[in-house]
Write a protein of this length. Structure first.
Length: 350
């Protein structure tokens, strides 16, 4: 098995990997150089030669105070730290959705209340029905924007309404924006900073957009500094973010031009892929961020592997139908190979 991360190809069992939602542009040179420098950096406090912490750099990028930032070894670990600090008993989350949520909730001893969305409705979340499920018994609401794997993108009005309901019911809204940097004009889908308060915890990630899956690095933003402080206190010394990841993360905060370039390139290739899906005859396809969710007949996963393509079969996810798949948006050359395999798959059905 050959894995080449951050390059033009992901090979797994000699397949191009369309199952991992990693930026096809690869890791920027400055981020790679910073990570390498971190490998041999002394383990000084926070590991930064200028005396500033990663939290401070991220806070500056986000326009908040350092006390409102929590950095961890990937977004999933940030969520786990949040759960340890809050100790919620009941959480509401849309289904289907990111599987790591339910695993993290189970580890924390928190009951997951599933809000099932309908395939016939494109897995959209009806606002009134969803808000009605947020009650005084709800301690936490988990929402992914855009949703993974169903590629549903929520506008500000939707997020505002859910947050207001959480305020009324005194629940914590955890808003996962790990894929929002792949969306052009992402600010149209983010709440303005002055709208946020301690009831909103925004979960973000450097790993995917900067194509560094070997360096787990995520962070959370929350105006409840007491909550962030409790999260910091719950992290064991050996579980803190490594110096290498800190150095890479600081370089990421200085690479906003790369993020904008990523969003444009992703939008271009996603549009091309969706046009190809329509040409091929796969009608139930939806794309946001750097992935496309679609329906076809069962068996595509095995077929695609035989033809050098690894995609994500979503059929085993809670609330998913058989024949549900997700592919990552990659380079034009790779996308053309995917389209060729899907074309052959559809022709076999004729």
């Amino acid at each position: 098995m050959l894995l080449q991360q951050g390059g033009n190809f992901f090979f797994q069992n000699n397949c191009i990997d369309f199952s991992a939602n990693i930026n096809f542009l690869g890791i920027p040179d400055n981020v790679m150089q910073a990570a390498r420098a971190g490998l041999v950096a002394p383990a000084a406090p926070d590991g930064q030669p200028d005396g500033r912490s990663l939290d401070e750099y991220v806070a500056e990028m986000e326009g908040v105070g350092p006390g409102q930032i929590f950095c961890g070894n990937g977004a999933a670990e940030v969520l786990k730290s949040l759960l340890r600090a809050l100790q919620p008993k009941k959480a509401l989350l849309p289904v289907p959705g990111f599987e790591e949520y339910t695993r993290a909730l189970a580890e924390a001893g928190c009951a997951a209340e599933c809000f099932y969305t309908e395939p016939s409705e494109g897995y959209d979340i009806p606002l009134d029905g969803f808000c009605a499920r947020i009650t005084k018994e709800t301690d936490m609401v988990l929402l992914c924007n855009p949703s993974n794997p169903t590629a549903v993108l929520f506008d500000k009005e939707f997020i505002r309404a859910v947050l207001e309901r959480c305020r009324e019911m005194q629940a914590q809204l955890v808003l996962d924006e790990c894929y929002l940097d792949f969306v052009e004009e992402a600010e149209k889908f983010r709440l303005d900073p002055e709208e946020a308060d301690g009831r909103l915890f925004v979960l973000k990630d450097f790993t995917r957009v900067f194509a560094m899956p070997g360096i787990r690095l995520g962070y959370g933003v929350c105006k409840n500094e007491s909550l962030v402080s409790r999260m910091q206190a719950s992290v064991l010394p050996l579980a803190k973010v490594s110096v290498m990841a800190q150095r890479a993360g600081i370089a990421c905060t200085k690479a906003r031009g790369f993020v904008r370039e990523t969003a444009k390139a992703t939008a271009r290739e996603r549009a091309w892929l969706l046009d190809e899906f329509q040409r091929i005859g796969i009608s139930h396809a939806r794309g946001e961020a750097n992935f496309v969710f679609f329906k076809s007949r069962p068996g595509l996963h095995a077929y695609s592997i035989r033809h050098g393509i690894m995609l994500r079969d979503c059929s085993n996810m809670e609330g998913m139908e058989k024949g549900s798949y997700r592919v990552t948006v990659r380079s034009r050359e790779e996308n053309e190979k995917l389209a060729g395999v899907l074309d052959g798959w559809m022709q076999e059905a004729e």
